[in-house]
Design a protein around this ligand. Structure first.
Ligand code: ATP
Ligand code: MG
Length: 234
């Protein structure tokens, strides 16, 4: 579904992503793990066209992603849930969710999907009329994922959904990620919490200083002593 070849991202003189290649097949959940500053978010931002890569190409469902206009990505089925969430703080929960469906005009299906998001995250249903800026961190993360789902994505790009959340909240959010994945969603997941990421994904890539140093089935990465020492705190 997604095939990345030789992707490069630079900020001025800093090369954050140094020609990486990887792929995500339809229906797969793939994890991208690595230390702070390894270039994970830059990779995702390049795929979501929030930064312009300086090299490489990306095939997405048979199209050259980097030559599509950035505003077309949502319609193409790509949804980014960014690090730091990016919700609209002055709008209510329900308004935020509807914003996720802005490119759709199938009103009835939008209402049905809204109910679906509320069933995945009952907490959001209880807070439908609450201004999003006053939601807790975990609730805002739920909202960001819910809003992405409202665009009916084919590929979700998740940047550190567990960041800054208490274990119970992380557990809830990952339950939903698993549910969504089991319903056939294709997911590229970035996580600082490598253990969790490798537990829920099928395959993983390890990023180090802008390059991919290792790729394997997630279960094998989890068992790899080098990975355990470097990323699982053992
Ligand atoms: N807008 C920017 N301008 C300049 N440098 C940047 C910018 N964004 C990222 N960088 C640099 O690029 C490198 C990769 O950053 P990136 O955010 O992709 O890392 P990351 O793997 O997501 O790290 P983390 O786990 O801390 O989120 C870092 O050295 C960072 O300082
Ligand atoms: Mg990051």
């Amino acid at each position: 579904m997604l095939e990345v070849n030789g992707l490069r991202v630079s900020y001025g003189g800093i090369q954050a992503v140094r020609g990486i290649s990887f792929h995500v097949d339809e229906g797969e959940m793939v994890a991208l793990i690595g230390a702070n500053g390894a270039g994970k978010s830059s990779t995702l931002r390049a795929l979501a066209r929030l930064v312009n890569p300086v090299g490489g190409n990306v095939r997405y469902r048979g199209k050259e992603l980097l030559s599509l206009p950035a505003h077309q990505l949502v319609a193409e089925g790509i949804a980014l849930v960014p690090e730091g969430r990016g919700i609209f703080p002055r709008m209510t929960t329900s308004e935020n969710l509807r914003m996720g469906a802005f490119s759709r005009n199938d009103k009835q299906a939008v209402e049905r999907d809204l109910e679906h998001v509320f069933s995945l995250f009952p907490r959001l249903a209880e807070r439908a009329q609450q201004v999003a800026g006053t939601l807790s961190g975990g609730e805002q993360q739920m909202l960001a994922i819910g809003r992405a789902l409202m665009s009916q994505p084919k590929l979700m790009l998740l940047d550190e959904p567990s960041m800054g959340l208490a274990p119970i909240m992380v557990q809830k959010i990952f339950e939903v990620i698993r549910t969504v994945a089991s319903q056939g969603m294709t997911i590229l997941l970035i996580e600082q919490n490598a253990k969790l990421a490798l537990e829920v994904s099928q395959r993983g890539y390890v990023m180090e200083s802008g390059t991919i140093s290792l790729t394997e089935e997630s279960a094998k990465l989890l068992a790899d002593p080098k990975v355990r020492a470097a990323y699982l705190g053992e």
